[in-house]
Design a protein around this ligand. Structure first.
Ligand code: NI
Length: 134
């Protein structure tokens, strides 16, 4: 059984690798390499795969999941500049892939191991990343 919670957050970023030349950063990251940053409206779908607890009828109380996402994702990342404000990305390029990995690791520390965590992060309406720990 899988239960899901969808959240949104807005954040700015710049994609660049400091070891690359300006030309190479421009070639690889394009518009996302804009030196003055730019924003995305991210949508995050968090799904937990697990068994129904016969005593509650829940896989997990989604209020608990919502509170964890609030603390681990929205408070640190919403309305932030990921490169400048968030130590998680001090040495990590804030691509959708790496944002998803960071969030997955944060949630993994907060949720019982009995749950499989599946994340889908949309950076735009058309581009998304999926990660389930492997
Ligand atoms: Ni971007």
């Amino acid at each position: 059984m899988k239960v899901c919670r969808r959240e949104t957050f807005n954040a700015a970023h710049r994609l660049y690798n400091p070891t690359f030349s300006d030309e190479k950063n421009e070639a690889i990251f394009g518009k996302c390499n804009n030196p003055n940053f730019h924003g995305h409206n991210y949508t995050l779908l968090v799904c937990l795969d697990g068994e129904i607890d016969p005593e509650t009828g829940y896989v997990i109380d989604l209020k608990i999941l919502s509170d964890i996402i609030e603390e681990e994702v929205k408070e640190p990342f919403d309305h932030r500049n990921l490169n400048l404000d968030c130590p998680e990305f001090a040495d990590l390029i804030p691509t959708a892939e790496n944002i998803t990995l960071v969030i997955w690791n944060k949630l993994r520390q907060r949720l019982d191991e009995k749950y499989t965590i599946e994340l889908t992060l949309w950076e735009t309406e058309r581009n998304s990343v999926y990660y389930n720990g492997k």
